[in-house]
Each structure stands twice: as C-alpha cells, then as structure tokens.
Write a protein that binds this ligand. Structure first.
Ligand code: C2O
Ligand code: CU
Ligand code: CU
Length: 539
C-alpha cells in the first residue's frame, strides 16, 4: 500500500465526515442530557421524603408505663423487678412473643429523688441470661449493669446506690455482650425518672401520665404471623444501618392517641429504637420548647420546630395546647444522611423503612380542662460549664475506621481499652470516619459538648448528655468529670448506641481507679497517622 493509496480514501471520508461526526456528537450529547435528566429525576424522586403512614388512623389509646411503687426498707427505696416473657397484642391480629419487666412488653417507670438510697431486686425469669443497665446513671461500675453483671436465668441481682444524678429522664435496658439489640427489641426497656429540689420547685407540668407524658418511641417490624422480625431475616441490614422496622410503637402502643388537658403539657421522649433516628416535630410545624436533654434540664427553654433524637437519646419538651380542641399529630420528619450519595444508597436499600421518610408518631387530643396554664419558667437550671483548662487529658476515639470498631478495635470482654483516674476531668474527641452516623454513649457520666466541627453547640445541646450523635465526617469534643467511684476490676462501657453496631463490637471499656499504678499505663488510642489521614481527606 502506498501513501497515495491510503490518502485517497481518507480524503473521501473527510468529505462526508464533519456532518456525520456532528450528528453522532449531537445524538450522543442529547442522549446523555436525557439520561442525566432521568437519573437526576430518579435520584431526586427517591430522596423525596414520603409521608409513609399518612392514612394510618390513630385509634389505640396510649399505654402509660405504670410508676413502680418502691418498698421502704430502712433507709432504702426498694424496687422489685423481674424480666419475663409473654405475649403482647399490638396489632389487631395475633399476639406477638415479647419480653418485659413486670409485664410482657417494656417495664414500669422507676422514679426516685436525688439523695435517695435505691436498691433494685431484679429476678431474671427468662430462659436466657440478661443484664440490666441504668443508662445515664452516675453509679459504681459494679452496679452499672453492663456486660460484666450478667444475670443468669433464675438468678436475682440486687444493685444499690445513692442517686447522685440531677432531675432527668434516664432509662434501663439489657446490655448482654452481643445480644443487646435482640433483647431490647424483644421489649426489655423502661424509664427511670429522677427528681431533685430544683425540679420540685419549678412550675412545670409534672402530673405523670396526665400532663407529663412518657413517650418511649420504637420501630418494629412484624412478620405475616405477627411475630417480630429480627435477625436472621435482616442479616445484611443489621450490619449496616442496624435494625429498622416499618411500624412505630409508642410505649408499646400501635397507632396511638392520647387525651391531654388543653394546657401546657410535657413530653419526655426516649428514642428506645435499636437504630433509627427520629426528627420529631408537629404536623402543623408549630413551635415547641425543649426543656431537657439526656441528663437534666437545660439552662432555659429552647424554641424548636424539629428535633433529632438518635438511639439512646432523650429530650423533654413543652407544648402549649391552651384553648385547643383539634387533634395534633407528633410526626417524624425526614432525617438525612449528610452525604448525598450515602443518603441515596440508604434510601434505595431501606425504602419505606428509611429515616428519609415522614411518619406519624402519636396523636394528641386536647380536652377541655379547668386547670390553668402556668407560664413556662425561663430559668430552668444552672449548669456550670466544665472548662477545657480543667481537663487533665484528651483521648481520641475514631469511630468505625473498619467494620464496626472504635480505634480499630472491637469490644473484647477481657481487654480494658482505657484507664481513667477517678475524679479527673477529661476531653474526649470523637471522630466519625465512617459513612453513617453513630450515637456515642459513655457510661457512668454525664458530659458537656464543647464543639461540633469546631463550632460551639446549639442552645439545645447546652445540657448534660450521655449520648451524642456523631454524624458522618464529624468531630465532636465532649468534656466530663469522671466518677469518684474507684474500682480497678470492673469497667464501664463506651459504645455506639445503634444496638447492632454495639453487638458487632463497636464498644470499648474503661476502668476508673485512683490507684497510682495505672496512671502510667494509659492506653492512648489510635496512632496519629490515622488522624493525619483524616485531615488530608476531610472535605
Ligand atoms: Cu443505653 Cu451502654 O447503653
Ligand atoms: Cu448507658
Ligand atoms: Cu454505630
């Protein structure tokens, strides 16, 4: 073949070429524009929150967990609890096999005053071991009810302590190593309300079950035969988002409503779900006032229209229903994963069960009342901020660098991850490197949030916390004073409160001790290189 020969055909292509090329380019351009538009539409459509249970008729009267009356024995208030199994009817169909404390689902509300000496006599009438942890309570590690205080079937456990917490809405639930998700899901959980002189003196709604309502919010899923769905049906999901159900229960009531006096009312909301966040608000978008966080009253009420609670978190809110006659629905607005791609993937996988949906929680039905509404006190609490300069140590916790771990380690029953000197003030830096949120919970203490992504916390986070939501790519600093209780043999836990993550090992242990020997041997945590890595890749 000569050069000449090869040039000829090329010339002829060149003659008709531009038109064809333009056509092809134009056609493929048009194709891509259409494709991208369609994809963008699908992307947006999938992410569009849907009001998934808009048509649900709220027709079941809200169950209120009974207040458990303590026996007074000498100086002590003795609460008698037993874990039992049984059957509970939630839907109209068949009963569901469940567990509960002193009943078949959930447990009674324990209530005590700061300074009280309390003792719990807890019998495990189940056929499997449990523990019972007092979430948010300031108490010795041996009384804490973590994985080390196992209660065998038939055994009785008698923890006792003096209430040191200030007025707050705390709770209790099992904490068995690797089995917490399953045991809480089956129904084992209850509230522990603390009062103190300050809360006694405040003019807030405080008639339990009347204008001061506990709302234990959980999501569950039912099989065809009305039994609960849990592992192994959801094995893949459990490892990722944790267990998400498509049915909301409040205090174990399906499709609940509650009659309330048409005045100011108080809701004590506990997110006792295994893995779901809620973004609480009212259907009409009205303002409500948050008055408390996990560990006590806020300095003053904070006006809000929506409020995200992660698993384990509590909040108390006041709503003014003075003069109202129309029912009002508490809903959960969409909660979004901050990263758009992750949000998309999550919504694709979980569909109607995802957090990115709107759904009803409970209907409030105001009833005429002779009681007058008090004005909401503007000064609720005085909280002395722990100053960063008083911290003697800073520890770093990297959430989930790989497969449900903290600082690259999974929970090991025999391994103490951290040793803390009793009474010390420390700053804990919590870094979320993973693609999803993790609510970080620390036992035995209440902490203050110093900052989130370098910014000071919002007004509604200026209270005591024991569980803090750490979103994807977020760094949160918290500060706390550790308990004076010294026990070199029994650890407290810190962990992700998505119960499936916890069960997969996203948990660590710390010892609080005043023994000098351990001070030099403090386990510092993850290598700095991982932190460097993080800074280099952070958006
Ligand atoms: Cu509510 Cu260690 O947990
Ligand atoms: Cu706890
Ligand atoms: Cu987690």
């Amino acid at each position: 073949m000569t050069i000449q020969e090869t040039l000829v055909p090329k010339k002829s292509i060149a003659n008709t070429g531009p038109k064809k090329t333009i056509l092809i380019v134009a056609a493929s351009l048009a194709f891509f524009v259409v494709l991208i538009t369609v994809l963008a539409f699908i992307f947006a459509e999938i992410q569009q929150p849907k009001f998934v249970n808009r048509d649900l008729v709220m027709q079941n009267e809200l169950l209120i967990p009974p207040l458990l009356k303590p026996q007074i024995v000498g100086e002590e208030k003795v609460f008698v609890l037993s874990a039992e199994n049984g059957e509970t009817v939630f839907l109209e169909g068949k009963p569901t096999k469940t567990d509960g404390y002193n009943g078949t689902y959930l447990g009674p509300t324990l209530r005590a005053h700061k300074g009280d000496h309390v003792r719990i006599v807890l019998t495990n009438n189940l056929s499997q071991p449990i523990t019972t942890h007092w979430h948010g309570m300031h108490l010795p590690a041996i009384m804490d009810g973590g994985p080390h205080q196992e209660i065998a079937p038939g055994a009785v456990w008698e923890p006792h302590w003096t209430i040191e917490n200030e007025a707050a809405t705390l709770w209790y639930h099992p904490h068995l190593l690797g089995r917490t998700g399953e045991e809480v899901y089956s129904g084992l959980a209850g509230l522990f309300i603390i009062d103190d002189e300050n809360s006694d003196s405040l003019n807030l709604p405080k008639e339990y079950g009347v204008d001061d309502l506990p709302l234990i919010v959980q999501d569950r899923e039912f099989r065809q035969d009305d039994e609960f769905v849990y592992a192994p049906e959801r094995k893949d999901e459990l490892g990722h988002t944790g267990m998400l159900g498509n049915t909301i229960l409040v205090n174990g009531t399906y499709a609940p409503f509650v009659d309330v006096p048409a005045k100011q009312i108080r809701l004590r909301i506990l997110n006792a779900s295994n893995a779901r966040r809620y973004n609480f608000g009212f259907e009409d978008g009205r303002t409500f006032y948050q008055i408390a966080t996990d560990g006590g009253l806020l300095p003053s009420p904070v006006a809000r229209t929506c409020m995200i609670l992660a698993p384990g978190e509590r909040a108390e809110v006041i709503i003014d229903l003075t003069g109202e006659t129309e029912p009002l629905t508490l809903i959960s607005n969409a909660v979004h994963e901050e990263n758009k791609i992750l949000r998309f993937a999550r919504t694709m996988i979980n569909a109607e069960r995802d957090e990115n949906q709107v759904f009803k929680i409970i209907e409030l039905r105001p009833q005429p009342t002779a009681k007058v509404t008090e004005t909401l006190p503007q000064l609720l609490n005085s909280i002395e901020p722990l100053s960063s300069t008083s911290a003697v140590r800073k520890r770093r916790f990297i959430l989930d660098p790989r497969n449900r771990s903290i600082n690259g380690k999974k929970m090991d029953h025999q391994y103490v991850n951290e040793v803390v000197h009793s009474g010390d003030v420390e700053i804990w830096e919590i870094i979320n490197l993973s693609g999803t949120f993790h609510p970080f919970h620390i036992h035995g203490v209440q902490f203050q949030i110093i900052d989130r992504r370098g910014k000071p916390p919002a007004a509604y986070e200026l209270g005591w916390k024991d569980t803090v939501l750490v979103s994807n790519a977020e760094i949160v600093h918290v500060i706390m004073r550790f308990p004076e209780f010294s026990d070199p043999h029994t650890p407290y836990m810190y962990h992700c409160h998505i119960l499936e993550h916890e069960d997969m090992g996203m948990m660590g242990q710390f010892i609080v001790t005043d023994e000098k020997i351990s001070r030099g041997k403090i386990y510092i945590g993850t290598a700095d290189s991982e932190i460097e890595n993080y800074h280099n890749h952070a958006p």
